[in-house]
Structures are given as C-alpha cells and as structure tokens.
Design a protein around this ligand. Sequence first.
Ligand SMILES: [Zn+2]
Length: 168
Amino acid sequence: MATKEKEWISIPMTVDVPYRFAAGEYLTKTLTELRDNGRIYAVECPKCKRVQLPPRIVCAECHVKNERWVELALEGTLAGFTIMYLPLTDPTTGKPHEPPFVYGSVRLDGATSVMDHFVDVEPDREKVWVGMRCRVVLRPREERIGDLSDIRFFEPLPGQKKPQPSTH
Ligand SMILES: [Zn+2]
C-alpha cells in the first residue's frame, strides 16, 4: 500500500527588523574621535596592560576598570586574513561586497587586540601575508558618520615583498 506523502506548506515572507545599537560611553568616544579627528583610541588595562579595541569599560581578564585612553597608530601588522570567494553582506550598508576580496585582522601599533576589516590588496596569496604592514584608509572628514565604515579599508604599506621561506 502506497503511503501518501504529508504535505507541508511554506509561506514566504520578509522580516524587517529595524535595530539601533547603543554604542555606550566608551565606544562613543572611539567613534567620535574617529569621525571628527581621524584618530583611533583604545583603552589600557591598569593591571595586565592589554590595550583593547573596541574599548571595554572593564578588563574581562582582570575585572578592573579601564580608565587610560591610548591613541593607536594608523598603521599595523596583518595578523590573519582570508580570501573571500563568497559575497559578504556589509552590515552597515546591507549591500554585498563582491568576491573575491581580502578580509583581514590588523593589530594596529600599540594595540593588543586586532581589528577586522577589508584589505585593499589583490586576492592573491603572493600579494598578501601574515606580518604584512598595513595602514588605515579613512573616508574624507565630510563623509564620516561615526561608525566602522569611516575606515574604508586597510591597505598595504608600499615597498613590501612577501618574505620567501628559507631553503635551508
Ligand atoms: Zn587586564
């Protein structure tokens, strides 16, 4: 006896979820400095001396209040990267970033933590490597709005070559 397949009905719908994230006191300071002065500020833990970006009010390791602000360099070192072959939706615009492209984690000079962003470099493993020196490229002052998109991307410092593995 043939069993009748159970019917499932699917209802397509689009869910619209407007959302506003309260940046809070510390992140507001960092984003305001970025927007108005093109500077990047992090906080240093008084105990373990970690310099955190995004800034946290309390050090998660030591449970003490972070009160010292540290201006970071607009240059740093690529700590990791991925070459993306799938489109990635930019959370600030909702638009896809067309692949292939490089997305990386850069440790700005003076910071303990890394910052993730697009890296404006050819998506070729000979052109990008861990340890590559990068700099922050900001939007012009009049285009900045006080979020991470005020940083357009990281770009490699000129004149670098990928270190080749030693043959002996
Ligand atoms: Zn700490």
